[in-house]
Design a protein around this ligand. Sequence first.
Ligand SMILES: NC(=O)c1ccc[n+]([C@@H]2O[C@H](COP(=O)([O-])OP(=O)(O)OC[C@H]3O[C@@H](n4cnc5c(N)ncnc54)[C@H](OP(=O)(O)O)[C@@H]3O)[C@@H](O)[C@H]2O)c1
Length: 295
Amino acid sequence: MSAKNTPLTSVTVIGLGAMGRALAGALLDAGHPTTIWNRSQGKGDELVARGAVRAATAEEALRASELTVVCVVDYDAVETILHPLSDALQGRVLVNVTSDTPERSRQTAAWAAERSIAYLDGAVMVPTPLIGSPDALLFYSGSQEAFERYESTLKVLGGKAAFVGTDPGLAALYDLSLLDFFYGSISGLVHAYALATADGVKAADIAPYLHTIVQILPPIAQYTAANIDAGDYPGAQANLGMMAAGVEHILHAARMRGLDVSQLESIKSVADRAIVQGHESHDWASTYEALRGRN
Ligand SMILES: NC(=O)c1ccc[n+]([C@@H]2O[C@H](COP(=O)([O-])OP(=O)(O)OC[C@H]3O[C@@H](n4cnc5c(N)ncnc54)[C@H](OP(=O)(O)O)[C@@H]3O)[C@@H](O)[C@H]2O)c1
């Protein structure tokens, strides 16, 4: 049979929250036979109208397809649904794109391994409107064999399907690392607006100039990674002592305006510890040594 005539993989989607519905919708768009199940009734009518089969029970849903994608609120919910049904998953492949910690991913992988269930852990890195697009990034880790066998199906969910390793905790670790950066950044962004608006400047007046900062981040991300991996922080262009003084200026101004300065105090405290450790003339990346508690 030619690749063109090969039937598309049948897929079950467990969990029809905003993300589960988007994943099932992408599978339907690509023509995959798709079975759906959700704890509460009343979700997924539009998917059924587009050709999805609604299973009456979770067990029926798992038995309907060779590949199951589960996407629910957290791993407690995953366990509530799947633990009583391990027999129905035998010989099938489970892809769990629910977000949680690497530790929970590894526990679930161990549970699956004890029951001979092929397990791929995943993390969705884009909002629902991007699901199904070539640029949508999803991380996967765990069974490399399962990833390679179903890669074309997984790319239907997001064209950038990145397998990051056989340790099943790695997809969650990459997810949390990116989100660590994201939440630190948007928290700083809101604080920046609070500083400006405290003196009557509109946030919208500051916004157009933020590009200057945003545009220097990609090269900073590259050389900071290189510095950390090498354990070498040259500090030729900008040094930590100068930058810590800059943080002190922001702290002073924010305190004068009665703003919450807890995030800035944490930033300053880490920079100060790195300076005490001897990194004053090094790059900001040297604060990594203070974060890790090393000299
Ligand atoms: N939405 C996004 O933009 C986005 C982006 C990236 C990653 N994610 C991740 O995708 C996952 C799902 O997010 P979502 O936006 O779809 O969440 P959601 O809209 O809140 O849906 C939550 C889903 O979990 C189910 N659920 C909750 N508790 C359960 C339980 N005890 N037993 C069985 N099912 C249970 C819900 O079922 P009921 O309908 O019965 O309540 C529903 O299907 C999360 O891990 C989230 O971090 C979401």
